[in-house]
Write a protein that binds this ligand. Structure first.
Ligand code: ADP
Ligand code: MG
Length: 240
């Protein structure tokens, strides 16, 4: 805190320095009788360094909520603030910056580029940043080592197991040292043992990199590794 600067962002950031602040968010798909209320008046915060599990049955609104938090989708009502930026009002350029600099996604389906090697996939966000080649290669090597895939750097996704592919995706998601990791059922396509290993990896990297994470899951083991659990049903957060 300093008395010499007063930025316009100060008033919104003053309540706490939560990494994520979701306030009275609603999101409805369609309209009239066909309207689906995917999110209904959802509010919560996530503090720095927390690993939060988002739990709810299929169709409860998990993906919609994560997309709204990460700026892939917009709420119809309410406010989303991530790392002091009001996501819900950002323009296209602001959203691109947010996804490059602040938030990183991991998806159930990995989302790797099939024709690129593991190392090249991890390097994609660094290329977008125009990092010098040598720095990029060093960082890619470090990230692949971090997820235990150093020896597989030159293999393409199709030559890796599901668990290995998800570890590549996690390494890629860490490339730009995001403040917030958003993972949507990252272990959904993996067997229990592999899924547990991937979740333990997420737990470890969140701690090692000082990150904050929201992870949606059905997996009880994954839930047990979280600092806190948010339960969602029919688009509403419920106690429990
Ligand atoms: P979850 O990830 O928990 O399975 P979703 O957020 O995907 O839940 O979906 C919440 C509700 O919103 C569901 O009823 C789903 O059918 C609906 N929904 C999700 N995406 C769309 C869309 N693009 N258009 C219409 N309805 C959607
Ligand atoms: Mg989903």
């Amino acid at each position: 805190m300093t008395t010499t600067t007063a930025t316009p962002a100060a008033p919104t950031a003053s309540a706490t320095d939560a990494v994520v602040r979701v306030e009275h968010v609603s999101r409805t798909y369609g309209s009239g009788t066909g309207a689906v209320h995917a999110l209904r008046d959802v509010s919560f915060t996530v503090e720095p360094g927390e690993l939060v599990a988002l739990v709810g049955r299929s169709g409860s609104g998990k993906t919609t909520l994560l997309n709204v938090v990460g700026g892939l989708d917009r709420p119809d009502e309410g406010r989303v603030v991530v790392d002091g930026r009001e996501v819900s009002t950002l323009d296209e350029r602001g959203l691109v910056d947010l996804r490059r600099d602040v938030v990183s996604f991991v998806f159930q389906t990995f989302g790797l580029v099939p024709v690129l090697s593991a190392a090249e996939n991890v390097g994609v966000p660094l290329r977008l940043r125009k990092l010098p080649t040598k720095d990029r290669e060093d960082r890619v090597r470090l990230l692949l080592d971090l997820v235990g895939l150093g020896p597989h750097a030159l293999q393409r996704p199709g030559e890796l197991s599901g668990g290995q592919q998800q570890r590549v995706a996690i390494a890629r998601s860490l490339a730009n040292s995001p403040r917030l990791l958003v993972a949507d059922e990252p272990t959904g396509q993996l067997d229990t043992e592999t899924g547990t290993a991937v979740m333990a990896l997420i737990r470890a990297v969140v701690e090692a990199e000082g990150m904050t994470a929201i992870v949606s899951t059905h997996d009880p083991l994954m839930v047990s590794l979280a600092d806190r659990v948010l339960h969602i049903a029919d688009g509403q957060l419920i106690e429990g």
